[in-house]
Design a protein around this ligand. Structure first.
Ligand code: ADP
Ligand code: ZN
Length: 529
């Protein structure tokens, strides 16, 4: 089935039906496949679950030669090859997990023309022997999966991807198809440039995932909040819970298990066998919860993940979109839930400040975080804001928390002034810097030991903020951080003014804030969807 050089489009449809057992192409699959079969380059932006794999698998079967798929997801190659083999497609992979014999076998099959698809880890191309091997066989196409990894501005940069620009120089007649599920307009253009895809046709699918209900709630007691969510809305459902640290992954998994919800941990610090076992249990069993760091999930194809919960703030909107995108690939109603709090902002700003890399790199991380915070603090539809981030337009969706329970926005200028002037006074009258807790105690006029110790009850701002509750002040600080009217310094989460603070202190700028709507406990959906 790989012999015709210039095949007719109908041959693609035939392969779709005969090999994969599907009736029709979805969305732009047909056009993409035609382009590649015809020898053209393609750049494909399609959300998770959109059906990217067929876009290179079918042309690999229709064109003569082997389709070479570059993918960073080494852990999944075996599964992908097994799935293809089960369909009667001849597939193999080359990566660092194999021994010499296993590699040799795949290489032989490649040279003998006995493969339809060959999966390669990008670092393999650094090995001259691999390049020579490819030279000796016939290549139908190059598929560059997870193409956003070439972007230095993105959230998932892999240096080995930069070498992929050379594919075209070495094999000018082989069509290339680059695919990704996450790309802002800037990343999209960067992929095209870095991979030398000058003449490629661009296919940009809608990034909307209408069956996913988005919800972002203030973090209070996250494990409790999570249990409430799972019990009331997702009993017995499979899902993924993301935490930032390995430690909180372990703790959360144990907590869920103790509370009768079957959960397994997944993070890079676990023994690789344990990790593989937990992953395969998640794929095969019903209703298992995986608690994981972001190391989990790239390329995982489990259609019935009913919820993705974040207990910590993701570092970027791209990351958030990609992680939440693992929910509901089967198109059924699913939940993307995120709990976020002041501490997240403090912690992430600190991580950025102490991160390796130059100033430009830190600026980039900061911009990613700012966009994520803006999504958290928005009073608009979450979905339209998310789509806008990817340069797409969407109306208010009716299936996110802000659409279902619209938060009010309120004029927070005066509280902002009170808080900022407290920071100012401490800094300038006393030469002191403090974190959120102490600032709030001062504003609320609480005579704690620490207040007395530092004689903060003698400040003129002591007790000037009793119109708001503790949690409301936390919201104010969170939003000032999100707006960069306040920033975090040093190891203890101390808050300091920014250049822009003066505009608020000088009454030259108003600050609109988001008021959290009252919610009956974690039950905020208006309909069953
Ligand atoms: P992506 O790589 O874009 O996340 P996949 O290629 O894994 O998505 O496809 C997602 C799911 O949709 C898979 O189970 C796949 O078999 C299925 N699928 C893809 N294309 C079609 C189609 N034309 N008709 C029916 N199912 C499809
Ligand atoms: Zn909405």
């Amino acid at each position: 089935m790989t012999e015709t050089a210039d095949a007719l489009p109908s041959e693609a449809l035939d392969v779709l039906r005969r090999v994969f057992g599907y009736d029709a192409f979805r969305g732009e699959q047909g056009d993409i496949i035609d382009t590649v079969i015809g020898g053209g380059d393609a750049l494909v932006l399609m959300p998770t679950g959109g059906g990217k794999s067929l876009c290179y698998q079918i042309p690999s079967l229709v064109r003569s030669g082997v389709g070479v798929v570059i993918s960073p997801l080494i852990a999944l190659m075996q599964d992908q090859v097994d799935a293809l083999t089960a369909l009667g497609v001849r597939a193999g992979f080359l990566n660092s997990t194999q021994d010499y014999e296993q590699r040799r076998e795949v290489e032989q099959a490649f040279l003998a023309g006995e493969l339809d698809l060959l999966y390669l880890a990008p670092e393999r191309l650094r090995v001259e022997a691999t390049v020579r091997l490819l030279d000796q066989g016939k290549i139908a196409l190059f598929a560059i999966d997870e193409a956003h990894c070439v972007s230095q501005w993105g959230h998932d940069f892999r240096p080995d991807y930069l070498m992929l620009s050379e594919l075209h120089e070495r094999w000018p007649d082989v069509p290339r198809i680059a695919l990704t599920a996450t790309a802002t307009e800037a990343t999209h253009q960067e992929i095209a440039t870095r991979l030398n895809l000058t003449d490629a046709k661009h296919f940009v699918a809608s990034f909307d995932r209408p069956n996913i209900h988005y919800r972002i709630v203030p973090k209070d007691n996250p494990q409790r909040q999570l249990i409430d969510l799972l019990r009331t809305e997702h009993p017995g459902d499979a899902g993924i819970v993301y935490c930032l640290s390995r430690n909180s992954v372990e703790k959360t998994a144990a907590f869920l298990t103790q509370n009768g919800i079957e959960a397994v941990p997944y993070h890079a610090g676990l023994d690789s066998r344990v990790r593989a076992r937990n992953q395969s249990r998640f794929l095969r069993e019903d209703g298992l919860v995986v608690v994981a760091t972001i190391a989990f999930g790239m390329g995982i194809d489990k259609p019935d993940v009913r919820f993705v919960a974040h207990l910590d703030l993701p570092k970027s909107v791209e990351g958030y979109y990609q992680e939440t995108g693992r929910a509901g690939r089967d198109g059924l109603p699913s939940t993307a839930w995120l709990a976020y709090g002041l501490q997240d902002v403090v912690q992430q700003r600190k991580m950025i400040d102490t991160s390796e890399g130059d100033l430009a790199h830190r600026r980039r991380l900061s911009a990613h975080l700012d966009a994520m915070l803006a999504l958290c603090e928005t009073v608009q539809c979450r979905r339209s804001q998310l789509l806008a981030y990817f340069g797409q337009h969407g109306d208010a969706c009716g299936n996110c928390d802000t659409c279902n329970t619209p938060p009010e926005s309120w004029d927070g200028t005066i509280p902002a002034q009170k808080l900022l002037s407290t920071v100012y006074r401490l800094q300038h009258e006393r030469g002191q810097k403090f974190g959120a807790g102490q600032l709030i105690d001062i504003l609320l006029g609480k005579e704690t030991d620490k207040v007395r110790q530092f004689r903060h009850h003698e400040l003129s701002v002591f007790g000037i903020g009793t119109e708001l509750k503790d949690t409301e002040w936390r919201g104010v600080i969170r939003q000032l951080l999100a707006l960069r009217l306040l920033t975090v310094e040093g190891d203890y989460g101390t808050l300091v003014l920014t250049e822009d603070s003066a505009e608020v202190l000088g009454r030259r700028r108003d600050v609109m804030m988001r008021r959290e709507p009252e919610r009956t406990k974690s039950k905020s959906r208006s309909s069953s969807g």
